[in-house]
Write a protein that binds this ligand. Sequence first.
Ligand SMILES: Cc1cc2nc3c(=O)[nH]c(=O)nc-3n(C[C@H](O)[C@H](O)[C@H](O)COP(=O)(O)O)c2cc1C
Length: 246
Amino acid sequence: MNKKKKNILELTEEFTDEEKKAFYKAIYSRRDVRSHFTSRIIKDDVIARILNAAHHAPSVGFSQPWNFILIKNITTKKKIKDSFEEEKNRSSKLVEEPKRSKYLSFKLEGILESPVNLCVTYDPSKFGPFVIGRSSIPEAGLYSVCCAIQNLWLAARTEGVGLGWVSILSNDILKEVLELPEHVVPIAYLCLGYVDEFAQKPDLETAGWLPRLDLKEVVYFEKWQDTKNVEWNQIQEMIKENLDYA
Ligand SMILES: Cc1cc2nc3c(=O)[nH]c(=O)nc-3n(C[C@H](O)[C@H](O)[C@H](O)COP(=O)(O)O)c2cc1C
């Protein structure tokens, strides 16, 4: 059997137990990474695979409203870092002490330390103006870009590449520095690089900023805030606590 035929067959088959394990491993071991970047360069074929995974995300009306801007120019990175510093300082004024000092002590970006920065943008004009499924909920286009980012994040983790999302930035500065057209919206500014560790838990959980909620606190049955429903007895038992990762 030639290679192409074999690949198509594999894509239509059920996942094996090993493949399921690998899939969940990517999900549970994915982390937002802001430090521990190493000097190892990310080869172009790895970047291409990660971008291709992002590009295969679902999108409303198959509009594929994303673009990916790869950045390694140090002058560009420094301008973005300046915006981060300004926004972090500005946002710190929104929170009272002692939380403010704690917030200011967190490392919340890896713009200069990571070898590759990547801006993911949303272009509402792509294949528009009529996009199937976007006429009632215009934000569906933006949601599609977020699906692409999650694919990208999981693919990066699978490749051993760390990724950190920086949202403490001015979109106006991003648009100006990256020369985005007026109608294009920056959705995510990401820092990518190999790291020497992926933490077991989110940094903000380890730092005691916020806990992970129990699964049972976020699942309702049939209606908002209905947590006890006889039709759903068994699953209620199962999600009493966060399930083990295994
Ligand atoms: C939309 C979005 C914006 C984020 N912005 C930042 C940010 O500006 N700086 C930062 O350090 N982490 C940022 N994060 C990462 C979150 O803090 C992180 O996902 C969360 O604490 C859970 O940790 P985990 O991703 O390691 O599981 C962002 C994540 C998302 C989804």
